[in-house]
Design a protein around this ligand. Structure first.
Ligand code: NAP
Length: 311
């Protein structure tokens, strides 16, 4: 590949949104490259089970991602295993700089960088990451077999992963700052029916306690009474939301107050020819099926944009 190669479409990120954009762009005969550092798949690849992607009553997250990847490869999508560090908008075309200094140019850039787990930012969290503090139950749950763990959060991820951990560990504390979960009704019902999960409502963790072996407990505070307490736990799984990976979004593109990219219905940002898809884009919900739908929309719109642009 030459250093200054021109593409129709550059896709930044290889989760369900990016890979779907790749499938649609290749089928539209657009010269397309997808940039992803490491194995494509995104957040879904570290999700144990997916039960709401149409056509699959239950499928492993990694397996579903691999199907997306194989589908994209079937259409010969070029994938570069490197980090993209900068997107530079242009008038005639846009440019993307990779970590090794390579610069790629394209008519369209599709930003599909997803997001990463939000930190709780309490004492003991950073120091004990990998020593009992985790943001991925399917990656680390195995290390807590027959031990006690705490899950912090009240969304779908916290509920789903508390259920997963309840199958491996001896006890799961599910700690939520309010008295009602944000996660879906079906997951709430399953959590309530799981005897190994003890729910602590109206409770926040104030410190992760550790000894030289790693995490040993949690300091807690009741948000209603202010009462402070401690629990013994071997692990702390933190699922308090998600932060969009917007560092690659160029200045000039409008973000909302929480850092998600604002787009129109074609997934086009405030800069023509630059699209944002999946968990990076402001929308009603973050779901795999919606990420895939975004990828489709952006690639179809990209094809139209390029056709008009080339005339
Ligand atoms: P989320 O829905 O944003 O939930 C975050 C949870 O963490 C909320 O319960 C929130 O409490 C709590 N929280 C936030 N900051 C906190 C803090 N500083 N201290 C204590 N608690 C805090 O995030 P998510 O669960 O990661 O889900 C992200 C998106 O992915 C959602 O759209 C979700 O539906 C989707 N998802 C879907 C599935 C599925 O459908 N199978 C699975 C996983 C994720 P409050 O409720 O009080 O705000």
């Amino acid at each position: 590949m030459s250093e200054e190669e021109m593409y129709d479409v550059i896709i930044l990120g290889g989760g369900p949104a990016g890979l779907t954009a790749g499938i649609y762009a290749m089928r539209a005969a657009l010269k397309t490259v997808l940039i992803e550092k490491g194995v494509p798949g995104g957040q879904v690849s570290i999700t144990k089970d997916v039960e709401n992607y149409p056509g699959f009553i239950e499928i492993g997250g990694f397996e579903l991602c691999d199907k997306f990847l194989q589908h994209a490869k079937h259409y010969n999508l070029e994938i570069i295993d490197k980090e993209a560090v900068e997107t530079e908008p242009g008038i005639k075309h846009h440019s993307v700089r990779l970590a090794d200094g390579t610069v790629l140019h394209s008519h369209v850039v599709i930003l599909a960088a997803g997001g990463t787990a939000q930190k709780l930012q309490i004492p003991g969290e950073e120091e004990n990451f990998g020593k009992g503090v985790s943001y991925c139950a399917t990656c680390d749950g195995f290390f807590f077999r027959n031990q006690i763990v705490a899950v912090i959060g009240g969304g779908d991820t916290a509920l789903e992963d508390a259920l997963y951990l309840a199958k491996i560990t001896s006890k799961v504390y599910l700690i939520h700052r309010r008295d009602a979960f944000r996660g879906s009704r079906i997951l709430q019902q399953r959590v309530l029916a799981e005897p190994r999960i003890q729910i602590l409502y109206n409770t926040v963790a104030t410190e992760i306690l550790a000894n030289d072996k790693g995490v040993r407990g949690l300091s807690l505070k009741d948000t209603q009474t202010g009462e402070e307490s401690e629990i013994d736990t071997d692990g702390v799984f933190i699922f308090v939301g998600f932060k969009p990976n917007n560092h690659i979004v160029p200045a000039g593109i409008k973000l909302n107050t929480t850092g998600y990219v604002i787009t129109d219905e074609k997934c086009e940002t405030t800069i023509p020819g630059i699209f944002a898809v999946g968990d990076l884009r402001q929308k009603y919900a973050n779901q795999i099926v919606l990420a895939a739908a975004d990828g489709c929309t952006a690639a179809l719109a990209a094809a139209h944009y390029i056709e008009t642009d080339k005339k």
